[in-house]
Design a protein around this ligand. Structure first.
Ligand code: AMP
Ligand code: ZN
Length: 465
């Protein structure tokens, strides 16, 4: 079956054509490990997970690289400010290597808790310094780089076109909001590829320009080239990477070896919180651990992320994610129901769902549609065939549905099956607009010792009276 993916560079959905038959080479910009990754960051890694799993489902071999940025990411993406790692180290009274190790471990732990499929190669920026330095030297040799008192800069005016990914019209624009004016730069949009280290900078290496360290953008170009070569299939990241980081990756590759390395650029839209940005000043940055503390499983957050297409903004609310937790338990319950049934259903029904699901995921990862098909399938007469189908779908969803019984035992063992059945009946009554029956069932549930509260999308929260 065809796979269609939206390419940021061409602004269109294109049929995916691998460079090498049955293999897909992907590069993902990984975290800057100076802090715990937020659930916003993880929306982008969950999108990456769906992409990997979709390719596997289609029989592809994966060669996927994700980096860990442990040096060179300055507090402003536009190459100004301080190295985020050094700043965090000073704040926590540790050295930047300790900071990197601690937050990398935390990141991997969260990746596992979200059941994100294991990327083939995870590589740290500090393990690729010589490749970065070589690339900087090639860029200079080819006439695209120049030295200033701060470091080595990339001269964007030497390119045939800049930018190519974002819509910003650079020509004729003055250095302004995005770029800090630096009189030593030849063009306002020139960016640092190698940075001369101040005396107190801990992470620094010998170079022809003294002790220094790589710029964030050169890191990803050098690592993708080392592990995937000069031409690979897909590059992923969040939308904030489009105008600067990824634009500059393309520029550097053109400067070093003459062309953009990537066929398809894919970007995940932002997770918003209560309709706005996550920010420290609003005290609304949540981590996976924060969700767990509030009784939300990481896998429920994953299901929540499937409620919007990756190219649309998604608004996080606790009510919304609680609804996903309830829905996940209902999905597990339903799986167990199907698994324990001896009834048969027609194979053509199964094939139909399989096709619809496959079409949805191959259509630029339409996960909301795929989840809709899952619910449709679960509504069928209970049958082991549906349970088996669900496990097949779970190869893409990654919700660990095989272990449904274990999760239910852990977090809802005190709620009897009968209550779930009544909730299901009430939902049906509401769908049929039979509200008096719905109220009767609510009362019946209360008599049995449980109070239900409607949250969102027909989901309910259950509490003991
Ligand atoms: P960073 O560690 O800041 O480089 O970010 C890691 C990844 O998370 C990048 O791909 C960002 O584009 C992405 N990202 C950052 N904030 C959000 C957000 N609110 N929603 C979705 N993705 C995000
Ligand atoms: Zn990157």
């Amino acid at each position: 079956m065809k796979i269609n993916l939206y390419n940021t560079q061409t602004h269109t959905k294109e049929e995916f054509k691998p460079i090498k038959k049955n293999e897909v080479k992907i590069y993902t910009c990984g975290p800057t490990v100076y802090n715990f990754a937020s659930i916003g960051n993880f929306r982008t890694y969950l999108f990456m997970d769906s992409l990997r799993r979709m390719f596997k489902y289609n029989g592809y071999k994966l060669n996927h690289v994700m980096n860990i940025t442990d040096v060179g990411h300055l507090t402003s993406d536009a190459d100004t400010g301080e190295d985020k790692m050094e700043k965090a180290a000073r704040k926590e009274g540790k050295n930047p290597y300790e900071i990197a190790e601690f937050y990398t471990k935390a990141f991997i732990n969260d990746i596992e808790r979200l059941n994100i499929d294991k990327v083939e190669t995870i590589t740290k920026a500090t393990d690729n310094i010589s490749q970065m330095l070589e690339m900087v030297q090639e860029i200079i040799k080819n006439g695209y780089g120049y030295e200033t008192s701060k470091g080595i800069y990339f001269d964007v005016s030497k390119l045939d076109k800049y930018p190519v990914l974002s819509n910003n019209e650079v020509t004729g624009q003055e250095a302004g909001a995005r770029i800090e004016v630096d009189p030593e730069k030849r063009n306002p949009y020139d960016f640092a590829i190698w940075i001369k280290a101040p005396e107190n900078h801990i992470m620094k290496w010998d170079s022809p320009w003294g002790k220094s360290y790589p710029g964030w953008h050169i890191e990803c170009s050098a690592m993708s080239r080392r592990f995937l070569g000069e031409h690979f299939d897909i590059h992923t990241g969040g939308v904030d990477h489009i105008p600067v980081h990824h634009e500059n990756e393309i520029a550097q590759c053109k400067g070093a070896f003459g062309h953009s390395p990537v066929n398809t650029w894919m970007h995940c839209e932002f997770l918003l919180i209560d309709g706005g940005k996550m920010s420290k000043s609003l005290n609304n940055i949540y981590t996976v651990s924060d969700l767990i503390e509030k009784g939300i499983e990481p896998l429920a957050y994953k299901l929540f992320c499937f409620s919007a297409h990756y190219r649309n903004k998604l608004n996080f609310t606790f009510d919304g994610v609680k609804a996903s937790q309830v829905a996940l338990n209902r999905m597990r319950q339903s799986y167990i129901g199907h698994l324990s049934s001896d009834d048969d259903i027609d194979d053509t029904i199964i094939t139909e769902y399989e096709e619809k699901f496959h079409e949805a995921i191959n259509d630029d990862l339409n996960m909301p549609k795929a989840i809709g098909i899952v619910w449709e399938a679960l509504k069928n007469t209970k049958s082991k065939k549906i349970a088996k189908l669900l496990l097949k779908f779970d190869e893409v969803l990654g919700l660990d549905l095989e272990n449904s019984a274990k999760y239910l035992e852990e977090n809802t063992s005190d709620i009897p099956e009968e209550i779930y059945r009544l909730i299901e009946e009430r939902k049906q009554a509401k769908e049929n607009k039979d509200y008096s029956k719905a109220d009767e069932i609510r009362e019946k549930i209360r008599e049995k010792g449980y109070v239900i509260k409607d949250i969102k999308n027909g989901e309910v929260e259950i509490e003991r009276v």
